[in-house]
Design a protein around this ligand. Structure first.
Ligand code: ZN
Ligand code: ZN
Length: 367
């Protein structure tokens, strides 16, 4: 077993003991990647990593056993299509002494048929929960290796933004700018994940992607992009104006920037996530634009591009050192323009460290 897996299983078990959890069940996906550094092919065949207080086991479709063996020495309980998984699951639970766990924590992204198979194999009355108090809680805090990969990806995204800024001009389409961004990610060995180029009124749709709209003199353009390399993502939003920005633009940009700074100033270990959201939201509301800030302030980022902690008006998650999340307030004025400024931060003891090296100022491109 690789030492990272050993350490992470040990950390999960500390939290299991603290929360009285007798079993953590993980399906192929990003939680499994975090523990093992890989996951077997995810399909309809029940496949579960079962973590008990002392031992662990894998319920494994026979079809995937050989391929998975190259990555882990955890004990497999294989099952073949003609027999089905029920017996192998019972044997696995018995072998790791988890037949009566009392409280089971389920991977919240698990397929419901896997979940019901497992719950049906446990005694009636077994309490159930998802993973935020065990594995999920640990995943929010990034270690140095994870930080390095996120930082590397942030650098690639910065350069993709700079490429976009150097190519954008009146007369080319959003799709053409998006293609340059994708090409840049690929040139650095990253897979492009998303490429929002929202020009003029399109910028007012927070999840606009890119279109055949021709970029024009006087447009403000939202560029929100991300890629993925070595299993980790990037995500950044910057603004560019083509020539003179539209009327009222500078005032609104300054308000969004002030909202970012309020969130950065509030985000400290021990603060609850909703207070960070409130800090950003208050700046925008006080300036009279509250109804135009139509989304949360941010989301966590790690193996998944969006993961806990979510920086929302209702989140009671206490922020801790090592957590990585976005701060991305925005103001969207229908028919006119939208402004979003997004940075990914890692929370340090004394506050957030921004991963990007690019300023959030408006970039002005001359036509
Ligand atoms: Zn984001
Ligand atoms: Zn984004």
């Amino acid at each position: 077993m690789i030492s990272q897996t050993k350490n992470r299983l040990a950390a999960i078990r500390v939290r299991m003991a603290r929360t009285g959890t007798g079993l953590v069940a993980i399906a192929p996906g990003s939680h499994m990647d975090w523990v093992l550094g890989f996951h077997p092919h995810p399909d309809e065949r029940p496949c579960l990593l079962l973590i008990a207080p002392e031992q662990e086991a894998f319920l494994m479709p026979a079809l995937n056993a050989e391929g998975s063996r190259a990555f882990t020495d955890i004990r497999f309980f294989n099952w073949a299509d003609e027999v089905g998984p029920a017996t192998a699951l019972r044997e696995a639970l018995a072998a790791i002494d988890a037949s009566t766990p009392g409280l089971v924590a389920l991977d919240e992204t698990m397929r419901t048929d896997f979940a019901l198979l497992l719950l049906d194999a446990l005694p009636a009355g077994t309490k159930r929960d998802f993973t935020p108090k065990t594995l999920g809680g640990l995943r929010m805090r990034k270690d140095d290796a994870e930080y390095s990969k996120l930082k590397m990806n942030a650098g690639i995204a910065d350069r993709a933004i700079q490429i976009a800024l150097s190519r954008i001009k009146p007369g080319i389409t959003e799709n053409q700018v998006a293609a340059e961004i994708r090409e840049h990610f690929a040139s650095e060995g990253a897979e492009p994940a998303f490429w929002i180029v929202g020009s003029g009124p399109n910028g007012a749709f927070p999840h606009h992607s890119a279109s055949e709209r021709v970029i024009q003199e006087g447009d403000a353009v939202v560029i929100d992009i991300g890629g993925r390399k070595e299993g980790f993502p990037s995500d950044i939003t910057r603004m560019v104006a083509i020539g003179m920005p539209p009327e009222g633009y500078e005032e609104v940009h300054a308000i969004v920037e002030k909202a970012v700074q309020a969130a950065l100033k509030t985000a400290r270990p021990g603060v609850v996530a909703k207070d960070v959201d409130f800090a950003a939201r208050k700046v925008i509301a006080d300036a009279g634009y509250g109804e135009y800030f139509v989304h949360r302030t941010g989301h966590g980022m790690g193996i998944d591009g969006h993961e806990p902690p979510y920086i929302t008006a209702t989140s009671d998650t206490v922020l801790e050192e090592g957590m990585v999340f976005s701060i991305e307030p925005g103001i969207y004025l229908p028919g006119r323009f939208g402004i979003r400024l997004e940075d990914i931060v890692i929370l340090r003891e004394d506050g957030p460290e921004i991963l990007s090296a690019l300023p959030r100022d408006l970039n002005v491109v001359r036509g």
